[in-house]
Ligand binder design. Structure first.
Ligand code: WT7
Length: 631
């Protein structure tokens, strides 16, 4: 399962294409199965129907925990670094983590959770978040983690879509010098969530919370009622492991579904090979477990490989911009995996902050979530890796379960801004607008995959047709990623960004339609159109064009902008707040009523010299108005 040289990579790749079933069967043998599979792969991309390791039985927590007890029971599984550097952190060995997962699994059972039930988890970045996730997996419950920055409305939408029975949360969370009231937000959400029968509340901030009799229980009280004996539920390879919601080009987020067997194999295989993980290394992934990066490369991938995974509760700039480097030195971090947006924001604080740190424990650096620009790549390489740590620019998606295109650390020759080459088992193809393959090198097109890998999504929860429409219908026979991509003369891949109406703001995926819907809920708003524009730190910023019922004077316009931001925060969450709001009298529409976003994008980018053909517009004059008022 371990690739150690570029020749081995080439051989593995070739085998994975010539005989994918044999290739993945061999990889999967490194895991612990209760019952072997009878067929390695059954698939078609038409329905789509994708099944890996058919008939195989397992429990992912036996692979992440029990399996390691004999050899590395006393090795740290999780190192937790709290928000406040002066607060004591904790280290959980594999034995301790196993014990706590079993106990909390029993708490879930005591509270009525059975195999197949959905559990919503809305928690701070504390070890208990990973424990709750693994406890669900232990008993075959399906977790749906919701990022702690989402609003009550977003939580409610996700809970209702998945019909969650239980919510696991905390009283509050600490982020920098802010205290965030999680339980209050859950209470607001639950006004509209009849499926929820129980809320389990962990104590973190000890901020006052209301506890509803018959519905809400304390995590700590519940733990006193259970033992640490909890045999793992036997799961089918294709039983659901989790749902994770992600934004698309339509208004409503989709519940991406991953299953037990394929996801486990793929998360572990990619963790081991991309980062070239060696026994006893400390892996620090700075993402939140509320996103797929945290699922695959804080929890499941590292633990399935017996690694030590660091969980950081806080933010990169608290108490100062050296926090990541403090943590790196304090815990002797070997692998650091973070996002370009974090690198760019830390770059702004200068190299003095970094120079005070040793950083000699670092061996591999990773980047994820958005294209990394050359300047950030070199800053990371020079100042953090000191030109001795390979950088892996890993391209993947919530839907892919794990990394698809990336260098293997120290093995694949890197090239700044390129995710380089597909991993074994990954068969990318570039197509034009009509779905025709674009062959050869030195070309660009829409990035698709022509063959399944074990971590590919299986469906979108409760709406399989939506899954088919979104990913498998644009180009029949292919999985469409939604990304544009360049393949250069060396056959290296560079992801150039989304080709649909999805923004990537600080590595977070945000649908423009979602933001528009939220803005349109604001009183006095008639219509809006949202586009992205290049932003120095966030990668993309959110630019909103808004038509109001009445014309606003300067003072009212300022206040209204703040109110609109408050509405968007309330409806989606602070991450979706527009960076710029321009009030306009009209939007450029075609005669059939379609907004010409291309024009709005150009204006938002500050490039008004060549707006292309505007003759098909219903009222070309609005373009001049918008140009005149551009921010
Ligand atoms: C979208 C997926 C799973 C990663 C975390 C985000 C963009 C992701 C890269 C990269 C260029 C990247 C793509 C992709 N993206 N990684 N290394 N280079 N773009 O997961 O929220 O599902 O977003 O993030 O546009 O489609 P996500």
């Amino acid at each position: 399962m371990r690739i150690r040289s570029f020749e081995e990579y080439q051989a593995a790749y070739q085998k994975s294409v010539e005989d994918p079933e044999a290739f993945w069967a061999e990889v999967a043998q490194h895991f612990q199965w209760r019952k072997p599979w009878t067929k390695t792969l059954q698939w078609n991309f038409e329905e789509p129907s994708i099944k890996w390791f058919v008939g195989g039985k397992l429990n992912i927590t036996e692979n992440c925990l029990d399996r390691h007890l004999a050899e590395r029971g006393d090795q740290p599984a999780i190192i937790w670094e709290p928000n406040d550097p002066n607060e004591a952190g904790t280290t959980l060995t594999y034995r301790m983590l196993h014990d706590q997962v079993c106990r909390f699994a029993n708490v879930l059972k005591r509270n009525g959770v059975v195999k197949g039930d959905r559990v919503c988890i809305y928690m701070p970045m504390v070890p208990e978040l990973a424990i709750a996730v693994l406890a669900c997996a232990r008993i075959g419950a399906v977790h749906s983690v919701v990022f702690g920055g989402f609003s009550a409305q977003s939580i409610a939408d996700r809970i209702n879509d998945a019909q969650c029975k239980v919510v696991v949360t905390a009283d509050g969370s600490y982020r920098g010098n802010k205290e965030v009231p999680l339980k209050n937000t859950v209470d607001d959400a639950l006004i509209a969530c009849p499926s929820v029968k129980r809320v389990i509340v962990m104590t973190r901030t000890r901020t006052p919370v209301s506890m509803i009799k018959g519905r809400d229980v304390w995590w700590e009280q519940e733990l006193k009622q259970v033992t640490a004996d909890c045999p793992a539920e036997e799961m089918d390879a294709e039983d659901m492991l989790f749902i994770l919601y992600t934004s698309g080009s339509t208004g409503k987020p989709k519940g991406v579904v991953h299953t037990c067997g394929g996801y486990m194999v793929y998360a572990a295989y990619t963790f081991q090979n991309v980062f070239q993980y060696e026994n006893n290394q400390v892996h620090f992934c700075t993402a939140d477990i509320g996103w797929i990066t945290g699922h695959s490369y804080i929890v499941y991938g590292p633990l399935a490989c017996g690694a030590t995974s660091l969980i950081f509760e806080g933010v990169p700039t608290y108490p100062d911009a050296g926090r990541f480097w403090d943590i790196t030195d304090k815990h002797n971090v070997n692998i650091l995996y973070t996002a370009p947006t974090a690198i760019r924001s830390l770059m702004g604080f200068g190299t003095d902050v970094v120079a005070k740190h040793d950083l000699s424990s670092l061996q591999v650096l990773g980047s994820v979530g958005e294209p990394i620009n050359a300047e950030a790549w070199h800053w990371y390489d020079d100042n953090i890796g000191k030109n001795r740590c390979p950088i892996v620019d890993t391209w993947w998606q919530t839907e892919t379960g794990g990394i698809l295109i990336s260098p293997l650390a120290g093995i694949t020759k890197t090239k700044p801004t390129f995710a380089t080459l597909p991993l074994p088992g990954v068969q990318p193809i570039l197509v034009d607008e009509n779905g025709k393959e674009i062959e050869g090198n030195g070309v660009s097109g829409n990035l698709c995959m022509k063959f399944p890998w074990p971590g590919i999504l299986r469906t979108t929860y409760g709406d399989h047709e939506r899954c088919r429409q979104t990913y498998f219908a644009t180009y029949p026979g292919l999985y469409f990623t939604g990304d544009g991509c360049l393949r250069d003369e060396d056959g290296y891949y560079r992801i150039t960004g989304r080709v649909d109406d999805v923004l990537n703001v600080s590595g977070h995926r945000i649908g423009t339609a979602e933001v528009e819907n939220a803005i349109n809920m604001h009183t006095g708003v008639v219509e809006s159109a949202v586009v992205g524009y290049p932003h120095d730190i966030k990668g993309q910023g959110i630019y909103a064009y808004v038509i109001t019922e009445h014309e606003l004077d300067d003072k009212d316009a300022d206040l209204t902008k703040r109110d609109i931001n408050a509405t968007v925060s309330r409806v989606i969450g602070p991450i979706a707040k527009p960076d710029k709001i321009q009030f306009v009298s009209g939007l450029p529409k075609t005669r059939s009523g379609k907004i010409m976003r291309r024009i709005l994008r150009k204006i938002a980018e500050g490039d008004t010299s060549n707006l292309g053909d505007t003759t098909t517009l219903l009222d070309p004059a609005v373009v001049e108005d918008i140009k005149a008022g551009a921010l």
